[in-house]
Structures are given as structure tokens and as C-alpha cells.
Design a protein around this ligand. Structure first.
Ligand SMILES: [Ca+2]
Length: 413
């Protein structure tokens, strides 16, 4: 080791010693925003695990406006939501965009984080043609809420959704342009999970702990919108029966675990405190009572009482401080990247001041994060909004913004 390297190592060690806790050599080089201590070893800043998988990126489609979600049709085509325009687009396998957007999509509230959000196919799509959309729904009194509608997809030069029906509406509606969630994930038993937000404003935030409110909850419904009888709060006086979990902040990333079939999610924290959670029946995920984040702004004021743990409230499996802006996740199970098999891939964004979007890759050992890696997506200097595994085993990401793209990752060489 040269003298200069020794000095650099000593300086790095000194920097570590002054931070809130001993940091392993993780991928995160920024200082933590908070001084909070993790509840257990490895809950944040796991060791970096560079698998060194070489991949190339190909732009499949450009000319999308603020794309937010992607679903693969059985024939290899793709459905993509354009959030702000409230449009659903059909993209051919070769990337060609059907010029006419899909007709029959419900009207959306498109301010702030609103618009047309997730798109999901019915598990029996091949026989029933049903497509589900989540979106920010405008109300006549200027309030809005997350909603889910479904209809039968008919493809062609002028594609359409027939018999569109709203199957779920979050209540109460609030006048807020923020925190709509949402992802739509079908469980193996055919039930539909709807992830949501708490609408961000104080009036909504506190309702995340209130079972009489639909804000800050993950819902579980039947595909026709009715309530499964085995939901945890069915029959509990005053509780909304669709609730599966509560105390969730704003969930824009969710996927089923390929082995256990359980719902996993990554939710946005405030200023730091993005979380990875396994979502279990009737559990309280703590927001806004406990959090590893602080309020926005240089004062970093605590959320509620500045607590990170409380009995009866779930700890995240993992958290990020500072944030990674998680919006979309998959467990990779494909054949194109054998080294990534079983990894959790999370779409995100570089922190302010740094160029490029990135995918956070986590190696899981059961419910422990055993290693973290960041995969840079060149040229995507805005949020990556969704990530999906294609039928070909390639990884597809959506680049957000007015010049949105579908970008495909395949092995290099
Ligand atoms: Ca939490």
C-alpha cells in the first residue's frame, strides 16, 4: 500500500467513526441524513456486492410522455401508461407505438404526482381480456383519490377498453396532488393488492394509522371489487374491510416473492427512510408514528415524535438513508442474467446533483439483505419509474419525463 493510499484509508476510517454508526463498505457514499440507529445489524447500508454482470441498454421505444407503468401482453406487445396525459399506449414487440392511445380510459387528476398510474393484466387475461388501471381520480369538489378500474382490452389500430368499471375508490378524497401510490399486484390466489399513499398533507398523513380511513393502506380486494371475507378487519366496527395492512406512507413499488408468494414492497420515506417491507395480514407498518426519515428541509425536524421503533409496529427489513426514490420493483427470475436470479431489482433515481437513473439490486438471504449493488442506466438522468421482467427474460425499465423511453437491459456480448 502506498503512503497516499494509507492516508486515504485513514481519512475514510475517521469519516466512518464520526457518523451515526459503524458503516460497512456499502454502495452509499453519502453521509446519512439522520442520526437514527438501525434496529438490527444489516438493516441499512449492507455491504456492497459487485457481481460485475455486464449488460447493455437498448432504447426499445421513445416518444412516450411521462411513462409510469408497463405490462406485457401474451402476444409480446406492451401496455404503457402515460401518467400526466392519462393515456394508455400499445407498444409492439419491436418498439413501434400504436399512434392512437387506448380509448375508454377513465378521466384522471393529472396534477403533481397524479395521473394514470399502474396497469395490470387479469391472471385469466387470455380468456377474459381484462385489464386493470390504477389512477388519481378527480372529484367534482376538487378533491381526488386513488382509484382502480377494469375493462376488456380490444387491440387494433384504434385499441380500446370496453365496459370500464371502477372497482375500488380510496376514501376519503382529499385536495392534495401527492402520494397516490400505486401498484396493482395479483396474489397467487387471484386476490388483488392495491398499494396506496396517505396523500402527504398532515390531514392525510395521520390517517395512515386510522382503520376507518383508506389512506396509507394496502388494500386486498377480489378482482370484481368485492371484499374477501378473510381480510383482517372484516367485521371490525368502523374499519374499512378492504384493508390488508396499514401505516404505509406511499407505495410505488410492489411484487410477489417468487418462492413464498407474499407481497413485498418498497415505500417512499420522507427525507430519508425509504423502506423494504414484507406485507403481512393486518400488520401496522408504523407510518407516521415511527420512521427512519425526517421532515423535508434543512432543519430535519422529526416525524411525529422522532421514534424509529415501537412494539406492535413492523420494522422494515431494510431502509435507505438518504433515499433511492423507489418506484417499481421485481424479483428477477429470468434466464438472461443467471447471476441476478433471486435478486430484488428496484427502479430509482440518482440523488440530486448526480446524473443518471439507477437500479438498486439487493441479494436477499431469506428476509435479510446480504448485499447491495447499484446498476447505472446510462443516459437516464431522470427517475426510472417502472421495472419489469420481459417474457424474454430481459429487464425493462421506464425512463420518466417528457421524452420517456422503454429501455431494455440484456447481457453484454
Ligand atoms: Ca414503516
Amino acid at each position: 500500500m502506498t503512503v497516499s493510499l494509507k492516508i486515504a484509508a485513514a481519512v475514510a476510517a475517521a469519516a466512518c467513526a464520526t457518523s451515526a454508526y459503524a458503516q460497512p463498505a456499502g454502495v452509499e457514499t453519502r453521509q446519512p441524513i439522520t442520526a437514527y440507529k438501525p434496529a438490527f445489524a444489516g438493516q441499512t447500508r449492507a455491504a456492497e456486492q459487485k457481481l460485475g454482470v455486464a449488460f447493455q441498454t437498448t432504447v426499445v421505444t421513445q416518444g412516450l410522455q411521462y411513462p409510469w407503468a408497463l405490462a406485457f401482453l401474451p402476444d409480446g406487445k406492451m401496455l404503457v401508461t402515460e401518467r400526466r396525459l392519462g393515456q394508455l399506449r400499445v407498444v409492439a414487440k419491436d418498439g413501434t407505438l400504436t399512434e392512437t392511445p387506448v380509448a375508454g380510459v377513465p378521466a384522471v387528476f393529472s396534477g403533481g404526482q397524479g395521473g394514470l398510474l399502474d396497469v395490470a393484466l387479469d391472471p385469466n387475461f387470455k380468456t377474459n381480456g381484462l385489464v386493470y388501471l390504477s389512477y388519481a381520480e378527480p372529484q367534482a369538489d376538487k378533491t381526488n383519490n386513488t382509484a382502480v378500474a377494469r375493462g376488456r382490452f380490444v387491440d387494433g389500430p384504434t385499441p380500446k377498453l370496453e365496459d370500464m368499471t371502477v372497482i375500488y375508490r380510496q376514501t376519503p378524497s382529499l385536495a392534495s396532488p401527492l402520494h397516490f401510490g400505486s401498484r396493482l399486484v395479483f396474489a397467487r390466489d387471484g386476490k388483488l393488492f392495491v398499494t396506496q399513499g396517505e396523500r402527504s398533507i398532515p390531514a392525510g398523513q395521520k390517517q395512515a394509522q386510522d382503520l376507518a380511513s383508506g389512506l396509507g393502506k394496502i388494500m386486498r380486494i377480489n378482482p370484481d371489487g368485492s371484499t374477501p371475507k378473510d381480510n383482517p378487519f372484516v367485521g371490525k366496527a368502523g374499519a374499512q374491510p378492504q384493508i390488508w395492512s396499514y401505516g404505509n406512507r406511499n407505495v410505488q413499488a410492489a411484487a410477489l416473492h417468487p418462492q413464498t408468494g407474499e407481497l413485498w414492497e418498497v415505500e417512499f420515506g420522507p427525507q430519508s427512510g425509504d423502506e423494504l417491507n414484507v406485507i403481512r395480514k393486518g400488520k401496522d407498518y408504523g407510518w407516521p408514528t415511527i420512521s427512519y426519515g425526517v421532515n423535508y428541509g434543512p432543519a430535519k425536524t422529526p416525524i411525529t415524535g422522532g421514534e424509529t421503533q415501537r412494539p406492535g409496529m413492523e420494522q422494515p427489513l431494510y431502509y435507505w438513508d438518504p433515499v433511492i426514490a423507489p418506484s417499481g420493483m421485481i424479483f428477477y427470475t429470468g434466464g438472461q442474467f443467471p447471476a441476478w436470479k433471486g435478486s430484488l431489482l428496484i427502479a430509482g433515481k440518482q440523488p440530486q446533483g448526480l446524473p443518471g437513473g439507477f437500479i438498486t439490486r439487493l441479494t436477499m438471504k431469506g428476509e435479510k439483505v446480504a448485499g447491495e449493488e447499484r446498476l447505472e442506466i446510462p443516459g437516464a438522468a431522470v427517475n426510472l419509474r417502472d421495472i419489469r421482467q420481459g417474457p424474454d427474460g430481459a429487464v425493462y425499465v421506464l425512463k420518466d419525463g417528457p421524452a420517456g423511453q422503454i429501455i431494455k437491459l440484456t447481457p453484454k456480448g
